[in-house]
Design a protein around this ligand. Structure first.
Ligand code: G3P
Ligand code: MG
Length: 355
């Protein structure tokens, strides 16, 4: 009989506090690291005046890749090893829905990547907007699939399926940002207004469409441009507004995962506990007294952290940085416990508050 393989406690690690980071606008902008982020990671890994190591995880609303791929990118950008065991992206919690639905429409991301991600989560029958356009190009008059998009799309009209109306979509999942808003909007609306998700049909009552899930609801996010860019939350608002405008005023209620949902922060708590145990040898059953969450978007990062703090038995301490969506001089709609310039200031603030 061999003893279970648990790591010994890392002697330099702190057990009473930890950090969780938003990515875009805090650590990365437009695929490049924010310079202070590299230094901040070094400080957490022991290069601080107290010589302590502080556990940390990443919690982004972004997505569109396998978690393993995104961690590889982040490792290169931040010059550290980032493990999928310390990483959650917008669509990660969608994996818990894989058993619930049969045929699903998966929207967003580069090429057909999100189909692969959804299948890796266990979704059994994934169709994409490209598959629908391949079967009926008239669906979106101004969108023409490129030869490679055409080739990589599934043939829906095969294996006994004679027409698109033989297919019933049980749920729509917007995994990542749309690369073609007009055609994706058309296809999502067609399904929302269908008879129970049956393709190419139109409901008479406009209240029988399948559920529509977005991996987050951020209207704005911070990319390479000096001003914040439109995100998936903007598409979500358009879907809901245009649905109402074209359904005689009927309301469409869509769902969003990601921050600021408290369930996402609870998911993060479980991941942090597992990570502290697996990587640092700390007891999984004893959470840190304080989790410092560093974000750039008041509506998702600060709102969610403050809501989690209200609900949780331990402290969730929100820190807002000035390197992303939040603009200096404006009044944030949700107030952080601390406002700092960069993620490095956030890390130093948390460590000094504790030591
Ligand atoms: O699409 C990405 C985004 O809306 C925000 O990402 O890392 O700031 O949560 P993040
Ligand atoms: Mg952000």
């Amino acid at each position: 009989i061999t003893a279970p393989c648990t790591p010994g406690i890392d002697p330099d690690v702190v057990d009473n506090f930890a950090f969780a980071f938003d990515i875009d606008g805090v650590l990365i902008r437009g695929g490049k690291p924010i310079p202070e982020a590299i230094e901040a990671m070094k400080v957490l890994n022991g290069e601080n005046e107290f010589g302590v190591k502080v556990p940390y995880i990443f919690l982004t609303n972004g997505g569109g890749k396998f978690e393993t791929e995104r961690c590889k990118d982040l490792s290169g950008q931040l010059e550290i090893d980032v493990s999928p065991g310390q990483f959650i992206c917008g669509h990660t919690p969608m994996r818990e829905f894989a058993d619930r639905y049969g045929t699903v429409l998966v929207v967003g991301g580069e090429g057909e990547k999100c189909r692969d991600v959804a299948e890796s989560y266990g979704f059994r029958d994934v169709i994409t907007p490209g598959d629908i356009l391949k079967a009926n190009a008239a669906t979106a008059p101004f969108r023409q699939l490129t030869p490679s998009e055409f080739q990589n799309s599934r043939d829906l009209l095969e294996g006994g399926v004679k027409k698109l109306s033989d297919i019933v979509v049980e749920a729509v999942f917007v995994f990542a940002d749309s690369r073609d808003w007009a055609s994706d909007l058309q296809i999502i609306l067609d399904i929302a207004q269908s008879k129970g998700g049956r393709l190419e049909t139109r409901s008479e009552t406009f209240d029988e469409g399948p559920p529509i899930y977005f991996s987050h609801g951020d209207v704005l996010w911070s990319a390479a441009h000096e001003h914040a860019r439109l995100g998936m939350g903007a598409l979500r608002k358009i879907v809901e507004t245009v649905f109402s405008d074209t359904s005689g005023g009927k309301k469409l209620k869509t769902h969003a995962f990601g921050k600021p949902q408290v369930s996402t922060f609870e998911f993060a708590t479980r991941l942090l506990q597992q990570w502290r145990a697996a990587h640092h040898g700390l007891a999984e059953s004893a959470p840190p007294d304080t989790v410092y969450f560093v974000g750039d978007t008041p509506e998702s990062d600060i709102r969610g952290t403050n809501a989690m703090n209200e609900k949780s038995s331990n402290e969730w301490y929100s820190i807002l940085v000035k390197t992303g969506v939040y603009q200096e001089g404006t009044e944030p709609r949700y107030k952080p416990r601390k406002l700092v310039d960069t993620v490095l200031d956030a890390v130093n603030h948390g460590i000094r508050r504790e030591m």
